[in-house]
Design a protein around this ligand. Structure first.
Ligand code: DAH
Length: 361
């Protein structure tokens, strides 16, 4: 019998070692150790043996069972590893290959400019803030120091929604300055945010669209002064237009929510019907700004005796047209694919200050 066991052992171990896959290994396991397996069947003969012989044979059987089970386990691990190796080799991708060059989609110039604004002001420590397009009178006007009879209200050609039960009417925000109020109310200075977003005015011609985009800026703390305002905006304009010595001019102006207020022009010239940003005899108005009016701070619960700062606002279509030589405002919103192919941007050219913004055209 011992001779028989030794033969069985040799056979089984050889078959296990030769098993080519996990299925074959499982079949071998059942054939050896299963209920009707070769080892199990032989163990049934133990009952008929004399006690001495039974003990010796029982030990031999158990040793064989353990050895065979361990061999199967070892082979299983080996096969699983080989399997994984094979899959890794078969599914290997070469990540050094270039991305599909035929990518079709284009980034709209407005989105591109917003990304560039976020990159430049982000570098200066400004976070992006948001507010709703549908606003109330308080955030769009009153809190910004534009009381009900103020003439500035007429200039905004506001879209109003239907009156509510209490007679008040919501409106489509006419300026992103609303986000100044939303940022400061119920929060503690310092504030340093930009707020790009949609704005609306009931006006439509070659240079006006009823929906357009603005970016607002707000910086408030205990010490920020007009010098910081100038430095910040000069740096921004030079980075955005990619002209290191771009001439920038601050002209006294008026806005209800700032005091003093200024409008900012950049140098330009016209050549053969084309407008070129940079040096030249002409100036181009580009944005409005000023020191946040004490009343605005007070309206937001910020103490104007302790805090001060600046704000600015500019039209995104306008700076985009100037930078990328887009001649007509209305084309921004016509969803013309040919236009988008010409003026749009590749999806993977994300602007950043280290990698560089897009070149001017
Ligand atoms: N809200 C102004 C507008 O729509 C733009 C503006 C001017 C925003 C001066 C400001 C600012 O924050 O300080 O015409």
């Amino acid at each position: 019998m011992m001779q028989d066991l030794e033969t069985l052992r040799t056979e089984l171990l050889a078959e296990i070692a030769a098993a080519a896959d996990l299925d074959r290994l499982e079949a071998l396991r059942v054939a050896a150790l299963g209920r009707k397996g070769a080892i199990t069947e032989r163990m049934k003969a133990l009952g008929a043996m004399a006690p001495e012989a039974r003990r010796a044979a029982g030990q031999a059987f158990n040793a064989l069972k353990e050895e065979v089970a361990a061999a199967i386990e070892a082979r299983r691990t080996g096969l699983a590893e080989a399997d994984l190796e094979a899959r890794l080799a078969a599914e290997r991708i070469d990540i050094t290959l270039p991305v599909r060059p035929e990518a079709e989609g284009r980034v709209h110039p407005i989105s591109q400019t917003v990304d560039e604004l976020v990159a430049i002001f982000g570098e200066m420590g400004f976070a992006v803030a948001e507010g709703p397009d549908i606003e109330d009178d308080f955030h769009n006007f009153t809190a910004l120091n534009i009381p009900p009879e103020h003439p500035a209200r007429q200039e905004h050609d506001t879209f109003y929604l239907r009156a509510r039960a209490d007679g008040s009417r919501m409106l489509l925000r006419t300026q992103t300055s609303t986000v100044q109020i939303r940022t400061m109310t119920g929060a503690k200075p310092p504030f340093r945010i930009i707020a790009p977003g949609r704005t609306y005015r009931c006006d439509s011609d070659a240079t006006h669209s009823p929906m357009f985009h603005q970016v607002e800026g707000l910086m408030v703390d205990e010490t920020t002064h007009m010098g910081h305002l100038k430095g910040c905006l000069v740096d921004f304009l030079r980075a955005f237009f990619d002209v290191d010595d771009l001439p920038v001019r601050f002209r006294p102006s008026y806005f209800p929510f700032t005091e003093p207020s200024a409008e900012v022009d950049i140098g330009c010239r016209r050549e053969g019907g084309e407008l070129l940003i940079g040096h030249g005899e002409d100036w181009m108005e580009i944005l409005g700004c000023g020191m946040v009016h004490p009343s605005v701070l007070r309206n937001c619960g910020v103490d104007p005796e302790a805090y001060q700062g600046f704000a600015f606002g500019m039209g995104i279509e306008r700076i985009t047209m100037l930078k990328y030589g887009i001649p007509d405002l209305r084309t921004f919103f016509e969803s013309d694919l040919r236009w988008l192919r010409r003026y749009g941007f590749a999806a993977l050219d994300l602007p950043c200050m280290v990698g560089g913004l897009q070149e001017r055209r």
